[in-house]
Design a protein around this ligand. Structure first.
Ligand code: RTP
Ligand code: MG
Length: 135
């Protein structure tokens, strides 16, 4: 069965939206296999977002994800990676459709509440980072 990493990022924790986001994931029929509230070190953040290292918003992104605790979840289900991405909505909340987490609950970047792995390779890598105990 497919697994993916979901993060409720700092804005979601600060705004007390953990329950609302978990509710949507559960209501969809996905299973929570692991869940932890945790601090994200700079090392973990830079590794997690390595694909964005050259982007102009990389510094802001790392500051954002390390500034407050996040909730990391190992989510499992048929097609979980793509299903979670659809539940989240597009990256920019201003463009995310109503009915999605970002479309209903967020307004502008970088505060888009959630992260979901974007491919089987990313899921494996990111689950290792957050739940493998390496960093
Ligand atoms: P994520 O990785 O968080 O699941 O989001 P995503 O795939 O939809 O978006 P991605 O392109 O991977 O970007 C990662 C995170 O960087 C912030 N971002 N800021 N200022 C900007 O133009 C900008 N673009 C992206 C967002 O927080 C996004 O989730
Ligand atoms: Mg991404």
């Amino acid at each position: 069965m497919e697994q993916t990493l979901v993060l409720v990022k700092g804005d979601g924790v600060r705004r007390r939206l953990i329950g609302e986001i978990v509710r949507r994931i559960e209501a969809k029929g996905l299973d929570i296999r692991a869940m932890q509230l945790m601090d994200v070190s700079r090392e973990l953040a830079e590794e997690h977002y390595a694909e964005h290292r050259e982007k102009p918003f990389f510094g802001e992104l790392v500051d954002f994800i390390t500034s407050t605790p996040v909730v990391a979840m190992r989510i499992e289900g048929e097609g979980a990676i793509a299903v979670v991405r659809r539940l989240m909505g597009s990256t920019n909340p201003a463009e995310a459709p109503p009915g999605t987490i970002r479309g209903d609950l967020a307004l502008s970047l970088p505060d888009n509440l959630v992260h979901g792995s974007d491919s089987p390779e990313s899921a494996q890598r990111e689950l290792g980072l957050f739940f493998g105990g390496k960093i």
